[in-house]
Write a protein that binds this ligand. Structure first.
Ligand code: GLU
Length: 495
């Protein structure tokens, strides 16, 4: 049987990094096994529904490079993939259980259910439950009454009839947690179909996993308590449950559950994938980082491309323990991926940052060289145009510290000598520039070293930066000579 997995988000706003981790593991598992990755929209909770959330979520997945095979906009045989478009299916399934005596109608108002819960809480019961016998439903009331309520249009829900055997256990062979045993009181007469005709999460989830032929449910550990309810539903329908794997929780570095944006120490830890995109993280870095939050390759290798992850991934190496989200590690990861990407690729990704910085846009070729010169010096691509503005436009100010230290004595004369040597060059490349600087130095009976700092000052205005010769080769003869002339004007001879 070919592997079919699904990512089943509820469109409540945005894609959480934990959601992306779940999507990623599903994606990797599908790719690894030549299977199918389904995206299913679980939008049956109308109270939490947010317009446009799905568009944002799909855009975040696309940005991260996690593409699905079937889902909204990619119809397959088991669609539609949005639960609100599948309501008839859930209604039929609920009716099927009622007919089989495994579910029943309940006519209680929300207030009555609340009052029942209150009584149980007052009695300090270990947990509240739907008290079937005490309430208004098709098990506790006679058929004529039930028919009358239905005829009158009294709203009702469909509830699952949980087994009464207090010794019943629900046993899950979880692919991450191993055998997990749930006691009978972990399931209740849960609502399957709500009064508005919408299914609950549990019903829709199980009906769809079955209808969509899902072989493996890979989801976050927060859904582990739902597993016995789902197992009971599968049992009630007489369906084989899929295999399940519950991924460990994502934790902040202070050990708290990662749910909302939080400031920890010097860092603001975001949870929206969009925030990481906007902060300049490379999707490759975020994916690599998330891949290791709950899984490890067992080899100590830390840097992976998505294709490399597909190769290396296995659920057997997924871990139970909560995984700590360490922003500094993510930043390190970003630096590593900056070094791993092709320069032509980096050049394209650098463009929006150049536009945002207001700097003139260099050619694609020059951008690739700039990316190459700077990638070891930054954590984010966005830093390049601001940190090294001199790679984009002539400097207008000169670093005071360098001026103070270097622009003295015969600095002006050195600069003039450099100017003359550099303007004589007919080939503008690294070695030739180097030779010209040596010549200028030797002409004054000096060593090259003393010329480099003022050369850098004239060309960049800055104290440090990428390799001087590479930078000059990139900028070109005309630009370098223009900058030298400007420096000679702006920084007069010292006496
Ligand atoms: N709709 C659930 C969610 O929002 C899906 C949980 C599951 O994968 O079963 O995460």
């Amino acid at each position: 049987m070919s592997v079919r997995v699904r990512f089943a988000p509820s469109p409540t706003g945005y894609l959480h990094v934990g959601g992306l981790r779940t999507a990623l593991y599903n994606y990797l598992f599908a790719r690894k096994h030549g299977g199918t990755f389904v995206l299913r929209v679980e939008d049956t909770d109308r109270k939490r529904f947010v317009e446009d959330a799905m568009k944002r979520l799909i855009a975040s997945m696309r940005w991260a490079g996690i593409d699905y095979d079937e889902g909204p906009g990619k119809e397959g045989e088991v669609g539609p993939y949005t639960q609100s478009e599948r309501l008839a299916l859930y209604r039929d399934a609920a009716e099927q259980l009622v007919k089989a005596g495994k579910a029943y109608y309940a006519f209680d108002t929300p207030e009555e259910v609340e009052a029942m819960r209150q009584i149980q809480e007052d009695q300090q019961l270990p947990h509240t439950f739907y008290d079937r016998a005490a309430m208004k439903n098709s098990l506790s009331c006679d058929a004529a009454q039930v028919q009358a309520w239905i005829a009158e249009g009294v709203p009702y829900v469909v509830r699952l009839k949980a087994p009464e055997d207090p010794n019943k256990q629900y046993i899950l062979q979880d692919l991450v947690h191993g055998e997990v045993v749930f006691a009978s009181d972990s399931v209740d007469d849960q609502v399957l179909l709500k009064a508005d005709g919408f299914p609950t999460y549990h019903l829709a989830n199980v009906v769809d996993d079955h209808a969509m032929k899902i072989t493996h449910v890979i989801r976050g550990e927060e859904w582990l308590p739902s597993a016995p309810k789902h197992l009971l539903l599968y049992e009630s329908f007489g369906w084989e449950p899929p295999k399940m794997a519950h991924l460990p929780l994502l934790l902040n570095s202070d050990g708290t559950k990662m749910s909302k944006r939080k400031t920890i120490g010097a860092f603001q830890v975001d949870v929206m994938v969009e925030d990481y995109r906007d902060k300049g993280y490379l999707p490759e870095a975020l994916i690599n980082f998330l891949s290791l939050l709950g899984w490890n390759p067992g080899t100590g290798q830390e840097l992976f491309t998505l294709a490399g992850l597909v190769e290396a991934f296995s659920l057997e190496r997924a871990q139970k323990a909560g995984a700590s989200f360490d922003i500094e590690k993510l930043q390190w990861m970003n630096k590593q991926h900056l070094k791993m990407l092709e320069l032509t690729d980096l050049a394209q990704r650098l463009k929006p940052a150049v536009i945002a910085s207001g700097m003139p846009m260099p050619s694609d070729e020059a951008l690739a060289v700039i990316a190459g010169l700077m990638r070891e010096r930054v954590t984010f691509l966005e830093e390049i145009p601001t940190q090294a503005d001199y790679l984009f436009r002539d400097p207008t100010v000169y670093d005071e510290g360098v001026v103070k230290k270097q622009w003295k004595g015969d600095a002006f004369a050195k600069m003039v000598a450099l100017q003359s040597q550099l303007s004589g060059l007919s080939v503008w490349e690294r070695d030739a520039i180097d030779q010209a600087i040596v010549q200028a130095a030797e002409g004054m009976g000096l060593k090259k070293g003393a010329f480099l700092a003022i050369m850098r000052l004239a060309v960049s205005g800055a104290a440090g930066g990428p390799d001087l010769l590479d930078m000059m080769a990139l900028l070109g003869q005309e630009t370098c000579l223009r900058r030298v002339a400007r420096a000679l004007e702006a920084l007069p001879p010292m006496v």
